[in-house]
Design a protein around this ligand. Structure first.
Ligand code: F58
Length: 833
């Protein structure tokens, strides 16, 4: 008999079918799955494939969200509620089925229902192909925020792009990354509701021309040379066990029929077909780069495409509420997730002035009151800018509007700083220092009432570095909102063992009110019986991950070894290769004295490299090359294992974070804006080895310095060292351990004698080392030694692990969303019941 769970009664022997569309008990769910199998999938149980069953279960869950979804959509037309509109080119939602079952509170009931049909729910969950519509942290943050928005009862719409191909699937061949297209829609997407009637036209190219309208007003109109249609694809985002269901509305590009027909009528069938192909290209594929790509017309087209559809949709909703256009900002708070949607500033101006005939000044007020901008990077090279030529060709009317915005803005700057032409040039939205560019961060900042960084250190550095001039001009616009992650997906769903123990100890309130409740776990850090259970859960999680690793890579990992994990995009600033230098150093210690006592470790790496990022791809190859040598050396005798876990994505991440003992957060201080993986690890009881970078600083403050392994230069020290002339070679020469490791890599010790393979990597470190690996090397090694000795005392380690979880309340995305609501959007979340 199924257990009672959540608010819905589970099966009893006497339970009967309530309603095959909405009933929550086991017989209803069972009937629903059979009905959907037959009537939606067109299959009988005898012939059903695993995917058919998955689809039938997914549709049955979706059916149960629809009442609330429809009610919530109707609610959007109430003019008294302000809607949070999250504009993001990426939403990395992860698999839906498990999460939706959890949020609806029917996981146990569904497990029993499918069991009665001879199926295993975990196998069905495995069937789901996740929508990988994002690159990494930024896209995943958007997904965590959608979960929190719904769970805090905030009416919200996430607007983005429905890419046909998401982030590529990563395969490893001979130690190298290869990319495979992500055909995530191949078997259908049961969560999406396509809405062909909600569609908008989006112009590209052509020219802008002035004209006088019937009322005698001078106006501008855009005469495009191409028009694309955006069609809404909706996905419901249910809250954790309350009534609210928010909306994720992604736009799919299609050809405009009339354009097809024009060509068709004059007999040019192939031109018509071509038009269709080109139109569909706009939402075809996610750019897999973790730095912006300059000069890709299609990327700019994607940004403008989704922003224009989204703003047109918001205006439709606003007018549908019976409100005047001048009050648009009372209906919507628009958050720009980085600069990718920042063309919204110019597009809203265009819609208000050109289409809705508002005067410029009023339109500008509305725009500024509506928009707010989140910055996610401090790397100056990662700040998005578009060549002016390309920009004007694609968006001629926006170029005029931006020129006008800039003209007025620079007038203000000159009034404030008379004669300071250099400052004006630095502040200008147009970079005129060489080839001309549109600086998107400036456009976003000038057009927004609020600008935020994503961790305290990051927000502070923003005002001192990349956005300093803007901060001097508008200090009141700058705030910090430290990132957070949802404890629903990242503990309750992915670590059921830990979740059950926590619930047994402090009740289930922590899932909904993580910020206040999780601290109640703290006293259990002194309870030996609790610690015993805690350790067993971690051991089981490690054992499960070890099986997956064996299955996917052939490497046998010992669940009793220390699981030392670094999973994130591969990037030089994240310093996966510093981790490798530590592995090599341990390996060399063993080689010098194979009989010495060392703490066994399994080093696990995961993450994708941008396909065109030469160094990142070489780092993957290096990890695999070192793995080959270390894993197979009889002197090592299995005490060190190195694994590159292929295709790190949300689905795999569910198994990775809960199995970690040690979380590697070792970026060069001042480079990682926040990090969110650091939070997921810590919430699952891993201890962190990390620099004072991004949110690590705040995590350490919360968990206590005695429960965090800190090493390395601070952001200020990094800056000073660079300013005084950093010489990486001097560290190499002075440190025999470091020298030995680097010499081995460059001599071909890990590459069958091939001395060319890693030469670019090593030369870059010796001659340049922009991310200061060599400067931080010894501090890192020493810190890792402290980790090993701490791990030797398993009781103490478990205590530290419990305290890490207990003190993570701050890093719930619910807290972040409350801050956005209170400090930026002026929206009052309704406290969930
Ligand atoms: C990440 N940025 C930051 N960008 O690196 C990380 O520190 C932070 O925690 C996270 O955002 C959330 O705030 C990031 O993931 C991208 O992936 C962009 C994709 C599109 C091109 C530009 C980078």
């Amino acid at each position: 008999m199924a257990k009672k769970s959540g608010t819905n009664s589970a099966s009893t022997a006497a339970a009967t079918i309530e309603n095959a569309r909405t009933g929550m008990n086991v017989p209803s769910l069972k009937q629903a799955v059979l009905d959907n199998l037959y009537y939606t999938q067109g299959r009988t149980p005898e012939l059903a494939t695993p995917n058919d069953w998955y689809m039938a279960v997914a549709y049955s869950v979706r059916d149960r969200m629809l009442d609330r979804f429809i009610t919530a959509l109707h609610g959007l037309s109430n003019p008294r509620v302000k809607i949070a509109s999250y504009l993001s080119a990426e939403f990395l939602m992860g698999p839906h089925l498990g999460n939706n079952l959890l949020n609806l509170g029917i996981t146990d009931q569904m497990r029993s229902a499918v069991e009665e049909l001879g199926l295993d729910l975990d196998n069905l969950l495995e069937q789901e192909e996740e929508p990988g519509l994002g690159n990494g942290g930024l896209g995943r943050l958007a997904a965590c925020y959608m979960d929190s928005l719904a769970s805090l009862n905030v009416p919200a719409i996430g607007y983005g792009i429905r890419y046909e191909f998401g982030i590529f699937d990563q395969e490893i061949h001979d130690g190298w990354q290869t990319e495979k297209t992500d055909k995530w829609l191949r078997l259908g997407n049961p969560w999406e509701i396509s809405r062909p009637e909600i569609s908008y036209y989006v112009n590209f190219g052509g020219r802008s021309e002035g004209f006088r309208d019937e009322a005698g007003r001078f106006r501008f109109r855009w005469v495009p040379d191409r028009v694309v249609k955006g069609v809404a694809c909706d996905t419901p985002v249910p809250s954790y066990r309350n009534e609210m269901v928010d909306l994720l509305r992604l736009w799919k590009s299609e050809a405009v029929e009339s354009f097809d027909f024009q060509a068709f009528n004059v007999g040019d069938y192939y031109k018509a077909v071509n038009e269709k192909v080109i139109s569909e290209t706009v939402s075809k594929v996610l750019y897999p780069n973790d730095e912006p790509e300059i000069g890709k017309t299609l990327r700019l087209a994607q940004q403008y495409f989704f922003v224009s559809c989204s703003l047109q949709d918001m205006i439709r909703i606003h007018l549908m509420r019976g409100q005047r256009i001048e009050k648009f900002h009372e209906s919507f708070a628009v958050q720009l997730n980085d600069t990718h949607p920042s063309i919204a500033v110019a597009e809203l101006m265009r819609l208000l002035v050109d289409e809705h005939t508002m005067d410029w000044d009023n339109a500008w007020q509305v725009t500024q009151k509506t928009m707010a901008y989140t910055n996610h990077t401090l790397l100056p090279e990662a700040l998005e800018k578009w060549p002016l030529q390309l920009f004007s060709r694609s968006l001629p009317r926006h170029m005029e509007i931006i020129d006008e915005i800039n003209h007025r803005f620079l007038k203000e700057v000159r009034l404030r700083y008379p004669g300071d032409n250099e400052r004006a040039a630095r502040l200008s939205i147009i970079d005129e220092s060489g080839e001309k560019y549109v600086r998107m961060a400036h456009l976003a900042s000038v057009g927004s009432h609020c600008i935020n960084g994503v961790a305290a250190l990051h927000s502070d550095l923003l005002t001192k570095t990349v956005l300093k001039d803007l901060y001097d001009l508008y200090p009141d616009r700058f705030v910090n909102v430290t990132n957070g992650v949802t404890p629903r997906r990242w503990i309750a769903l992915s670590n059921p063992g830990l979740a059950a123990l926590i619930t047994k100890s402090i009740g289930e309130g922590w899932i909904r009110h993580f910020e206040d409740e999780i601290r109640k776990v703290e006293p259990f850090a002194e309870d030996p019986a609790f610690l015993e259970k805690w350790r067993k859960i971690k051991r089981d999680n490690k054992s499960r991950l070890a099986s997956m690793i064996r299955e996917r890579t052939g490497v046998v990992a010992d669940p009793d070894s220390l699981f030392d994990i670094q999973v994130k995009r591969i990037h030089e600033y994240k310093r996966q290769h510093l981790n490798v230098l530590h592995i090599i150093s341990l390996y060399n210690r063993i080689k010098k004295d194979p009989s010495q006592d060392i703490v066994s470790r399994t080093f696990i790496f995961g993450g994708k490299a941008a396909p065109g990022y030469f160094m990142a791809k070489r780092i993957i190859k290096l990890i695999n090359s070192v793995a080959d040598v270390v894993n197979n050396d009889p002197d090592v005798a299995g005490r060190l294992k190195v694994v590159f876990f292929p295709d790190f994505n949300v689905k795999n991440a569910h198994h990775v974070y809960p199995a970690a003992d040690l979380s590697e957060q070792i970026s060069t201080a001042g480079k990682e804006a926040s990090g969110t993986g650091n939070m997921k690890f810590s919430m699952n009881g891993a201890l962190t080895i990390g620099t004072l970078d991004g949110a690590n600083v705040e995590i350490r403050e919360e968990v206590g310095s005695e429960n965090f392994f800190l090493f390395g230069l601070t952001a200020d020290e990094v800056r000073d060292l660079k300013a005084t002339g950093y010489n990486p070679r001097s560290y190499y020469e002075a440190n025999p351990g470091l020298r030995e490791a680097l010499d081995q890599i460059s001599s071909g010790h890990f590459s069958h004698g091939d001395a060319e393979l890693f030469r670019p990597l090593v030369s870059n470190l010796l001659d340049n080392d922009p991310f200061l690996l060599l400067a931080d090397y010894q501090a890192y090694i020493d810190c890792q030694d402290r980790v090993s000795s701490a791990y030797g005392d398993q009781e103490r380690w478990a205590r530290m692990s419990v305290l890490n979880v207990a003190r993570m309340g701050k890093f719930s995305s619910d807290r972040s969303i409350r801050e956005y609501c209170a400090n930026i959007w002026n929206i009052k979340p309704v406290k969930p019941k």
